[in-house]
Ligand binder design. Sequence first.
Ligand SMILES: [Zn+2]
Length: 64
Amino acid sequence: MKTCPCGNDRKSHDITETPDYSGWSIFLISMGISAKPIKVDFTCKKCNKTFDTITGEEAKHWVT
Ligand SMILES: [Zn+2]
């Protein structure tokens, strides 16, 4: 598993998960329907580095 320079990984509480949705998914979400992100960025709250990104199948199975 990838980590940022200060040692946080995807399971850390000091990170921000930023899902990236396609245009259609944004529409669904605005209607109150849940949609799957096409990409999720993992950013450390301490050093502000995006240390990991998931896409495709992995992003579809991503849960908050
Ligand atoms: Zn960090």
